[in-house]
Design a protein around this ligand. Structure first.
Ligand SMILES: Cc1cc2nc3c(=O)[nH]c(=O)nc-3n(C[C@H](O)[C@H](O)[C@H](O)COP(=O)(O)OP(=O)(O)OC[C@H]3O[C@@H](n4cnc5c(N)ncnc54)[C@H](O)[C@@H]3O)c2cc1C
Length: 378
């Protein structure tokens, strides 16, 4: 499926892997990578064609922009095959892009997306998780108070991917409405806003995905004009979390595809670099079969999302299964290297990176809950 797109991505994927270990060691992007113009089509992933994105030319001469859930899952799988942390570290609209497309005002979309067409890489972050709540998103504590055309935002955000390097940050907060309820809304900040209003951004040390620079934000009555509220002319229900939930649902298959990309990379690495016994070869064949199964579940979930068919069960099963597989594969690959592991630092790194996937786009327990709820509803 999407063979021409996969082939078009391969040179970038291979080039990205060259930087993976250095980025892990530095916990940052190597300077040569940031200056390398070659990666620009990848850095624009998720910038819509109508804003002038160059897209990626596939081997069939078709241009791909990563706009459907299925296409995005293929992009993710292929880039994660190069290296999963390099995927998370990619400049570009990332998770924020679909949110802006869905609920942003026209002028918000324009300033946001046009910024990614610059020569230098530009990062965007999505700040939802808080120190006291990750899975239980409805209970976020960050509050925005409205006074005379300005919002004053107070709260903390945790594990914000690319948080300290981002030029754009989408911050979720609750706003008290006239009925005394607190719908979740979303604010778009650019680099200058963040500095002017004194948002503190500090880096968190993580076991894996080190180059993604996960960050902790503190906002203390950070004052921002109403024009920074995403979709401020729309009703609170359309612009808030309900709009965002639709985006999460479309993005989940691509996070699951990340697990498949790393699993395939680890297996191919072992096949190419390690002398295997006959029983290990059988084990590898079994693992490949399981990876294929995960792939099919993900493509089905992505296809459903593109068809506007909302089944939590299908996408949660795909995420849960893909997560189990990437644990199993990376753990077994360590078994295949044996005591020679220090000579295969990519395998060691991918095992650390794989541990982090569980927490992205819903933990395994949360997906089990969702599946249970949908099954028992019937
Ligand atoms: C690499 C990486 C990148 C990330 N990037 C971002 C980002 O860009 N922006 C952002 O906002 N966040 C980001 N996150 C944070 C991520 O979304 C959260 O880690 C995730 O939502 C889980 O929240 P938590 O860590 O607070 O864990 P908790 O929600 O506290 O969960 C801890 C444990 O309790 C279990 N648990 C929780 N609730 C239940 C329940 N009801 N029933 C059963 N078990 C339960 C969970 O399964 C888990 O095992 C990132 C995380 C990682 C690892």
């Amino acid at each position: 499926m999407f063979t021409a797109l996969r082939e078009g991505l391969r040179p970038y994927t291979q080039a990205m892997r060259e930087y993976a270990l250095k980025a892990d060691e530095l916990r940052d992007m190597p300077a040569e990578y940031v200056k390398d113009d070659f990666f620009r089509p990848i850095w624009q992933l998720g910038t819509p064609e109508k804003f002038g994105s160059i897209g990626l030319r596939g081997k069939n001469n078709q241009t791909y922009f990563g706009e459907s859930a299925l296409e995005l899952a293929i992009w993710t799988e292929e880039i994660a095959y190069g290296d999963p942390a390099m995927l998370l570290t990619l400049p570009g609209p990332q998770l924020v892009g679909p949110l802006i497309s869905k609920i942003g005002e026209e002028h918000q979309q324009e300033t946001f997306f046009l910024s990614f067409l610059k020569k230098e890489p530009v990062w965007a972050s999505f700040a939802l998780t808080e120190p006291s709540c990750g899975s239980d998103l409805a209970n976020i504590q960050t509050r925005a108070e409205y006074t005379q055309d300005f919002y004053k935002i107070t709260g903390e955000k945790k594990y914000v991917g690319n948080g300290t390097r981002a030029s754009w940050v989408c911050i979720f907060a609750k706003i008290a409405d006239k009925k005394g309820t607190f719908p979740i809304q979303c604010f778009l900040f650019n680099h200058n806003d963040l500095n002017q209003i004194g948002v503190k951004r500090t880096e968190i040390n993580t076991l894996g995905m080190r180059s993604a620079k996960l960050a902790h934000f503190v906002l203390d009555r950070a004052s921002i004009s109403r024009q920074h509220l995403l979709g401020y002319t729309k009703s609170p229900l359309k612009r808030g979390f309900t709009g965002a939930a639709h985006v999460f649902y479309r993005m989940r298959p691509s996070v699951s595809a990340l697990a498949v990309g790393v699993s395939k990379a680890a297996i191919d690495y072992v096949k190419e670099n390690i002398q295997l016994s006959a029983s290990s070869e059988i084990e590898i064949a079994r693992l490949r079969w399981k990876i294929k199964k995960a792939q099919h579940m993900i493509y089905r979930a992505a296809h459903q999302a593109d068809q506007q068919i909302f089944s939590q069960k299908v996408s949660s099963m795909a995420k849960w299964y893909a997560n189990c597989i990437v644990y199993e594969v990376t753990r077994k690959c360590i078994h295949f290297t044996g005591p020679d592991l220090p000579n295969h630092p990519l395998i060691e790194k991918w095992m650390r990176d794989a541990r982090m996937i569980e927490f992205m786009e819903g933990t395994t327990n949360i997906h089990k809950n969702m599946i249970g709820k949908e099954l028992f509803k019937k």
